[in-house]
Design a protein around this ligand. Structure first.
Ligand code: C2E
Ligand code: CA
Ligand code: CA
Length: 759
């Protein structure tokens, strides 16, 4: 994190504010100066002009009155010397005052009138003095003259008053101007004061921000010192100006010389810098690069103010390795390092698009589940690895190019050959692989055998799905046939595939619509000839044709329908059994076939409990038939489930006993009730001594382990007698009864009861 300088007032902004304040200050000073000048002028004018004008006007008025008074005194006293002195003085004073006023006011009407009055007064005074000083003074005239003088002198008063008014007006005007000026100055001073305050505030803020930034940067610089990740600064010419201790450590770890920070920069750093500047310098840019074995993420920042590049490096080697690992896993099987099934699909799809002819093969390790259960997961995994590398080597040695091998699943491999192989060539290829595999000694001396299924493109499919499906059908056939180790897809297989597809589709609908039925095959106790129960066997009539369970059950298992189908079977069988129990047949045991997949589900136990609860059937009336494989391949889980089922009181029977697993040791470990001898041992028991001895052994084994033994597929009396003589507990087969629909089964049971207990 870095402090954003833009959040602080920038230098530009501060300079602008200062400039504004300066201009404002100068403008205010100018206005104040100009206004001060104006006020000073007005004041000077007031002092030098208007106030003396008052004085002069009163002097003029006073002198005129004096003059008049001297004339009156002269009339009264005829004292010529006193008069002449006083009068002359007043006259001079009046004339001076008038001249001054003329200078001040200029030639304006009141002054003009006053001037003529003065002239007239002087004339009248001269005439008056001449009359008095004459030897024949005419006193009446003298009095008349005095009166006229007084009148003329009084006539000057309004003019003088007018001049006084004028002066007063001027004084008032000046006062207004001065006051306004002062007001304006005051306003500007206040405004300036405010502006100064604002500037002070901004400056204070800027100082605070600056202090904050310095402290913050100090702290930041400490961060980089303590930062465990490398931090490097470059100037604008990419010269290293700073690096933190973590950078030094990195140099040391990489074995670079001290201070060789340049070696830590990305080779294309300038390219990134250019891009960052083009994108906008405020943003940072992130990119990844490699230094020796390590990967780094670089956060590049351009600090405009400092003209500096900052780089923060984060070691992302772990993440990169993880990504590479993920990438590897996306394409390779981590167990063997061969290409995986996604790559297979990709390769096949690409080849299909080129419309090229090629051969697609699937390979599988035969009896892999036996290897797993017999030798354990670790041994099995080692064997798979060895097979993978053997296959890889063989294909490389046979054909240098054109072959690609894939590891698609636990025990499954695939190969793609870009040359179109004919059947003979495929035969040769398989023989070569087989020869090599059988001559290889695998871990724990394990003998590996492979099954192969091939399909040719575009003859057997023009896309991956089709080719894979067809090769799988061929592989399936190869695996089932046991001896033949490879099959090439053909039309018959294709028809079969198509038929199976249809069957699965119809099965889906049949499950939804509950179009299945349960038949019941009675089981007979040989000791007392009593029916002890029945095996529930599913029946499906599709388009008027019965489909054998041996055909559709494996398909249901393969295509994920067995769970819903199995649920329906268990539920229906228990319901029917409960009906029989209710009708008085308290000890009936209903045997229900459980598919290995069904048994392996985590919720199987709770399902059984749920069904018993729903149907009200007691656990003792239910028997589950499972094959040996179920137990052997899921040993741990199976023990647990079996124990729990036993606790409930459910009976457990091993179906098709004798066909699956050679070791019988597991029988002691599991809490089982019954062994059901596979019908293949019974079919020909009357003729085959080998079968007789096997069956006898099984019966004895059952007795030793205190297990009941039932033989199924009993088709004739002879077989039944042999079994009875050997001590077999129960039988089931066409001889006693075929599997029957519910009502027929009930009728059969009732009839049998009557026959077997006639009393
Ligand atoms: P499985 O459990 O061994 O069933 C016995 C098979 O032998 C039945 O065939 C039955 O009809 C047949 N069978 C009975 N008595 C004789 C006889 O005297 N001679 C001969 N040749 N056969 C006899 P189905 O009903 O065709 O069933 C075949 C297989 O399909 C069953 O073998 C079982 O594995 C499976 N299956 C049948 N019903 C169910 C079911 O409800 N659930 C499950 N999961 N599988 C079932
Ligand atoms: Ca069965
Ligand atoms: Ca069976």
């Amino acid at each position: 994190m870095s402090i954003n300088i833009l959040n602080q007032p920038s230098n530009k902004l501060i300079n602008l504010i200062f400039a504004l304040v300066l201009v404002l200050g100068m403008a205010v000073s100018g206005v104040v100066f100009y206004k001060g000048e104006n006020i000073a002028q007005k004041t000077v004018d007031l002092i030098a002009q208007q106030i003396p004008s008052y004085d002069l006007l009163s002097k003029l008025n006073g002198s005129l009155i004096e003059k008049e008074r001297f004339l009156y005194e002269f009339y009264a006293t005829q004292q010529q010397s006193d008069f002449q002195l006083g009068y002359a003085k007043s006259n001079l004073q009046a004339q001076n005052a008038f001249d001054e006023l003329l200078v001040r006011f200029g030639d304006i009407p009141p002054l003009r009138i006053t001037q003529s009055s003065l002239v007239e007064l002087n004339k009248l005074a001269e005439a008056f003095v001449a009359n008095i000083t004459s030897t024949e003074t005419n006193w009446d005239l003298a009095r008349e003259q005095l009166r006229t003088i007084s009148d003329v002198r009084r006539a000057t008063s309004p003019q003088i008053q007018q001049l006084i008014n004028l002066t007063e007006q001027k004084v008032e005007d000046s006062e207004m101007v001065i006051l306004n000026g002062l007001e304006l100055v005051r306003l500007f001073v206040v405004l300036y004061g405010f502006a100064t305050l604002i500037v002070a505030f901004i400056v204070a803020k800027a100082i605070k921000a600056y202090l904050y930034t310095s402290v913050y940067n100090q702290r930041l610089s400490l961060f980089s010192t303590r930062n465990p990740n490398p931090v490097i600064s470059l100037d604008n010419r990419n010269v290293v100006t700073y690096y933190n201790p973590a950078t030094e450590n990195l140099l040391k770890n990489l074995g670079f010389a001290e201070g060789k920070v340049d070696l830590l920069l990305a080779k294309d750093i300038e390219e990134h810098q250019k891009q960052l500047l083009e994108e906008g310098a405020n943003d940072s840019k992130q990119f990844e690069y490699q230094i020796a074995e390590l990967y780094f993420q670089c956060d590049l920042h351009w600090l405009e103010d400092l003209q500096q590049w900052d780089m923060h490096l984060t070691d992302i080697t772990e993440r990169k390795k993880f990504e590479q690992e993920l990438q590897y896993r996306a394409s390779f099987n981590p167990q063997t390092g061969l290409l995986n099934r996604y790559e297979l699909e990709k390769a096949v799809t690409e080849l299909c698009q080129t419309k090229q002819t090629f051969t697609f093969g699937l390979l599988e390790i035969r009896s892999f589940s036996q290897l797993m259960s017999g030798q354990g997961v670790t041994v099995a995994a080692t064997v798979v690895k060895e097979v993978a590398s053997a296959l890889d080597n063989i294909l490389l040695s046979i054909h240098k190019t054109g072959f690609r091998i894939f590891h698609t699943g636990e025990k499954s491999f695939a190969l793609v050959c870009t040359c179109d192989l004919n059947n003979q060539q495929i035969n040769n290829l398989v023989e070569q692989i087989d020869a090599k595999i059988s001559s290889t000694i695998f871990h724990c001396q394990y003998q590996v055998q492979l099954d192969f299924g091939f399909a040719n493109a575009p003859q057997h499919g023009s896309d991956y799905t089709q080719l894979h499906k067809n090769a799988l059908a061929a592989l399936d056939k190869s695996a089932r046939s046991g001896d033949k180790s490879h099959v090439v897809f053909n039309i018959q297989l294709g028809d079969k595939l198509f038929y199976q597809q249809q069957l699965v589709e119809d099965m889906r609908t049949a499950i939804e619509k509950a179009q299945f039925e349960l038949y019941f095959q009675p089981q007979l106790a040989l000791s007392n000839n009593k029916i002890i129960g029945a095996e529930a066997l599913i029946r499906w009539e599709r388009n008027g044709q019965w489909i054998a369970p041996g055909e559709f059950i494996p398909l249901a298992e393969r295509d994920g329908l067995i769970d819903s189908l199995g649920d329906w079977i268990l539920h229906t069988a228990c319901k029917k059994a409960q009906n029989l129990v209710n009708s008085g047949w308290k000890d009936l045991v209903m045997a229900v076939n459980i598919s290995p997949l069904q048994f392996g589900r985590k919720d199987f136990l709770s399902k059984v409990k749920g069904v018993l609860k729903e149907t009200g059937l007691e656990a003792k009336n239910l028997e589950l038939e499972v094959t040996e494989g179920v137990i052997i391949y899921n040993e741990l889980e199976a023990i647990e489930t079996l124990e729990e089922l036993k606790k409930l009181g459910v009976h457990l029977a091993i179906d098709d006993f004798g066909t699956g697993y050679s070791s019988l040791s597991y029988l002691r470990k599991f809490n089982i009730d019954k062994l059901k001898i596979d019908q293949s041992f019974i079919q020909d028991i009357q003729h085959q001594a080998a079968d007789q001895s096997i069956v006898r052994t099984i019966i004895e084994l059952g007795r030793n382990l205190e297990l009941k033994v039932i033989a199924e597929g009993v088709e004739g009396l002879e077989q039944q007698d042999i079994l009875a003589s050997m001590g077999c507990d129960e039988i089931q087969g066409f001889y006693f009864s075929r599997p029957l629909p519910e009502q027929q089964f009930i009728d059969f049971v009732e009839r049998h009861q009557v026959i077997s207990s006639p009393n």
